[in-house]
Design a protein around this ligand. Structure first.
Ligand code: UDX
Ligand code: UDX
Length: 456
């Protein structure tokens, strides 16, 4: 029977996941530890350091009751029956595998801290997305020394998407738990199955061996990203031929074997997972000498880079082949709507390319401005930020819409048009806006994979 859960890492994954576990398991004490004291203080105050719809309400159900946040990791380890490791695993920026392999330094440091302080039997759960066979390495670390402790290692990858994290955790398509095919391994799996079983139907809890679980997470993200790159590839053909990608996506998605989801063409996928996990898969394939397989998956990322570049090239071409000294209002910097997260956001590269063309760029976003300021801190005086989209668009030659925030659909575009330089352009990188209506107002409208609505 699990009584104490500890989660290391109070980020986008650890925070919401533990809030939902604590809500549904009042008999379990859940402690979330993070090295970042400011983050811990924010969670404790009931005002999470991340924006996620519905999170505050879930947090309020158990904060201070059976859910606690701490910066004192070492003190929290001995009493834990289960330790979830949910620290970030960015792509390596140095040494071997730089640009592809996962940087495991935080993760290994965490494993060593667990080893040093654990007492009795502890189940260690990989929640972070990790390279396949990391659990094995973790096991090796945890089995050196500390005679007073015994460990079982499970893989329990997180499938939540940002912006819908709470709904995804409350009603998951599946929960995946991988463990060793031994008596102890099966008992550890069962203990975790019982935790999730308190709110997830039994047929949605899948158990596998550790490596299947680790690989499934990378493969799931690679498949999702591949769908986005596939429809983005189709959008490029549409722009050349007069086909409309919305019509094509609808026609393709009506086939139940394909399905309608994840077929939105756009300025490219972003977020902390897709690119990182595919590159991780590519590195794994190369390591095993699977060159063709590595190139296959790598092309998903290559196409994504192409899509972002193509977006900027279309802007330059439409605006008479020069952006120099023109003001561009960037609507949205987050990698998708309903999050303040900007990790690997397509907006980062688009903004940098616009600045390289000597455009004046004014960025607005309802949640992501603090993060955007950090990401582009070195961008120089041509870059500015505005909370208010109307102010961002005032005096602009063009709007580039890069995040699908619903509120951007409902702005008063007559008012915006009146305040802009003419001819006024809209480049809708998410096919969010009503192109015909904007065109009727006077804008020259360029959507992704759709015919231009231009007056020029
Ligand atoms: C998640 C997953 O865990 C990761 O595998 C995935 O690839 C990206 O998404 P996420 O929760 O989004 O990570 O990351 P982040 O929001 O950066 O949170 C990680 C937290 O761990 C941070 O708050 C950081 O301060 C904390 N941390 C990091 C520690 O407490 N200890 C460390 O040693 C390193
Ligand atoms: C993803 C996975 O969906 C989730 O299961 C996993 O746990 C983490 O990685 P996330 O990165 O939060 O979640 O967001 P997701 O909704 O998958 O979107 C990723 C990117 O793809 C975003 O930039 C989004 O705008 C883009 N996208 C998505 C499209 O461009 N078109 C689509 O049709 C869908």
């Amino acid at each position: 029977m699990i009584k104490h859960i500890l989660c290391i890492g109070a980020g986008y994954v650890g925070g919401p996941t533990m809030a939902v576990i604590a809500k549904h398991c009042p008999g379990i004490r859940v402690v979330v530890a993070d090295i970042n004291a400011d983050r811990v203080a924010a969670w404790r105050s009931g005002e999470p350091p991340i924006y996620e719809p519905g999170l505050k309400e879930v947090l309020a159900t158990s904060l201070g009751r059976n859910l606690h946040f701490t910066a004192d990791l070492e003190a929290a380890i001995p009493e834990a029956d289960v330790i979830f490791v949910s620290v970030n695993t960015p792509t390596k920026t140095f040494g071997r595998g730089a640009g592809k392999a996962a940087d495991l330094q935080y993760w290994e440091k965490t494993a060593r801290t667990i080893l040093q302080h654990a007492q009795g039997h502890t189940i260690v759960v990989e929640k972070s997305t990790l390279p396949v066979r990391t659990a094995e390495a973790m096991e090796r670390i945890l089995k050196t020394g500390n005679a007073g402790a015994r460990f079982d290692i499970l893989s329990n990858p997180e499938f939540l998407a940002e912006g819908t994290a709470i709904a995804d955790l409350e009603r998951p398509d599946r929960v995946l738990i991988g463990g060793a095919e031994t008596k102890e391994g099966r008992a550890a799996i069962q203990a975790l199955v019982e935790v999730y079983g308190q709110w997830v139907p039994a047929d949605r809890i899948l158990t596998t061996n550790v490596w299947s679980s680790e690989l499934s997470k990378l493969a799931a993200n690679a498949f999702l990203a591949q769908r986005v790159s596939s429809i983005n590839a189709v959008s490029a053909i549409c722009e050349r031929t007069g086909a409309d990608v919305l019509e094509v996506a609808r026609a393709i998605g009506a086939d139940v074997r394909i399905g309608p989801k994840f077929l939105k063409a756009g300025v490219g996928f972003g977020g902390s997972c897709f690119q990182k996990d595919i590159l991780n898969l590519v590195y794994l394939c190369e390591h095993h000498g699977l060159e063709e397989v590595a190139r296959y998956w790598e092309s998903v990322v290559t196409l994504n880079l192409y899509q972002k570049r193509r977006f900027v090239e279309r802007m330059i071409h439409a605006m008479f082949n020069t952006l120099a000294e023109k003001r561009i209002a960037v609507f949205g910097f987050a990698f998708k709507a309903d999050t303040g997260d900007t990790r690997d956001s397509p907006a980062t590269e688009v903004c940098r390319e616009l600045l390289a063309e000597h455009a004046h760029v004014c960025v607005t976003d309802p949640q992501a401005l603090p993060s955007a300021r950090r990401d582009l801190h070195d961008a120089g005086p041509r870059l500015t930020f505005e909370d208010d989209p109307y102010a961002a668009a005032r005096g602009a030659h063009a709007i580039a819409l890069l995040t699908d925030w619903r509120e951007y659909r409902d702005l008063d575009y007559e008012r915006i048009y009146a305040g802009m330089e003419k001819p006024a352009f809209v480049f809708d990188g998410r096919n969010l806006l009503d192109a015909a209506r904007l065109h009727a107002i006077g804008f020259n409208v360029y959507s992704i994979g759709r015919p231009d609505l231009s007056r020029l």
